[in-house]
Design a binder for this molecule. Structure first.
Ligand SMILES: Cc1cc2nc3c(=O)[nH]c(=O)nc-3n(C[C@H](O)[C@H](O)[C@H](O)COP(=O)(O)OP(=O)(O)OC[C@H]3O[C@@H](n4cnc5c(N)ncnc54)[C@H](O)[C@@H]3O)c2cc1C
Length: 310
């Protein structure tokens, strides 16, 4: 039976890939196999979700060298008879997807947000035309490499029946040497994982930012922003950008203030459960997509909003 092989160096993402692979496995009559590289903890976690997990222990594989990881995955895909390899579409996963697809002579799609099997064929949903449409695309080659956008699927729940097996591969020592590592400094908030977001746009004035921050704090949420607020005004680091060039977010609640609602922004927030938007222009397109739309001048309403959310 052909296999669907999943791999991500991040365990939280690997568990999301497992859920997606499970959906495909039913439609394609395939078996899901999980892959770990030098990571006992991750192997145990995948096995605890009922996955046949294969563990490559080889110190020559350098996780910082995507070419080295791709070479290991190529051998694993061959040995495990994988017709589909599912990766995470994070920065490293996207690079890996391209490298692996080239090695396997496979078709490749990244930033995939949804999957279905129709008449035995895997159909992938992706944003197209800057997110203004959702395209359904299908890889026609015999082998497929698919990279899934983070948080497109729930993490797989615990399940009996998993196993861990060592998998031998040959790996030449990577020419890339990591000389030193240092923890990421500055902003460590992941707005993509936040349950509540208060998002500010260019309609906000810098002197009023403290109101937005106070609302976010009262609600236990995080502050995020539109692109120009980070790139032009430099009020926040670029990690806080919502949208096509930033993060795709799915909070339970998004309070959006002074954002016009261009498609490059809305693609990053349209899957929020509830959207409240404030804009002084009644024709602003953000108000069309909001569950609660407030036509108001932020200068006037921010103190009241902060009081009512406080
Ligand atoms: C390839 C590409 C990728 C991009 N990626 C992204 C992305 O990832 N994320 C992103 O955000 N943008 C992105 N953009 C930019 C995007 O097209 C918009 O330019 C941007 O989203 C606009 O930001 P904004 O809504 O904050 O500002 P504006 O469009 O200037 O809107 C400001 C809004 O505030 C309102 N306003 C003004 N004053 C007040 C007030 N006192 N009270 C209430 N409302 C007020 C105005 O009515 C207006 O609607 C991208 C563009 C391109 C070309």
């Amino acid at each position: 039976m052909a296999a669907i092989l999943i791999y991500s160096e991040k365990s939280s993402l690997a568990l999301e890939l497992l859920t997606a692979a499970g959906i495909l496995a039913q439609g394609c009559s395939s078996e899901v196999k999980g892959l770990c590289l030098n990571n006992d903890e991750q192997a145990a976690e995948m096995a605890s979700k009922g996955t046949a997990t294969f563990h490559i222990k080889n110190e020559n594989i350098n996780p910082a060298d995507t070419a080295s990881v791709a070479a290991a995955l190529e051998q694993a895909a061959e040995k495990l008879d994988a017709s589909i390899v599912i990766l995470a579409s994070n920065r490293r996963g996207k690079e890996l997807a391209g490298r692996l697809a080239q090695k396997l002579q496979a078709g490749c799609l990244t930033d995939v947000t949804g999957l279905a099997v129709v008449d035995g064929k895997v159909q992938c949903r992706r944003n197209a035309l800057s997110g203004s449409v959702i395209a359904t695309q299908q890889i026609e080659s015999k082998r497929q490499v698919i990279a899934l956008a983070p948080r497109s699927f729930e993490a797989a729940p615990a399940k009996e029946g998993g196993s861990i097996q060592d998998l031998e591969i040959t790996a030449a020592a990577s020419p890339l040497k990591v000389i030193a590592g240092r923890p990421k400094t500055g902003d460590t908030v992941d707005i993509g994982a936040a349950e509540i977001l208060v998002i500010v746009g260019q309609g906000m004035e810098e002197e009023d930012l403290h109101w937005a921050e106070s609302i976010a704090k009262s609600l236990g949420g995080e502050i995020a922003c539109s692109k120009p607020v980070a790139t032009d005004r430099k009020w926040f680091p670029e990690d806080r950008i919502v949208g096509l060039s930033g993060k795709i977010c799915k909070p339970r609640l998004a309070i959006i203030m002074g954002v016009s609602g261009q498609v490059q922004f809305t693609v990053g927030i349209r899957d929020a459960d509830t959207i409240m938007a404030v804009n002084k222009d009644e024709n602003a397109s953000i108000l069309q997509m909001a569950d609660y739309a407030m036509v108001a001048d932020l200068k006037e309403v921010l103190p009241e909003l902060a009081k009512s959310f406080g």
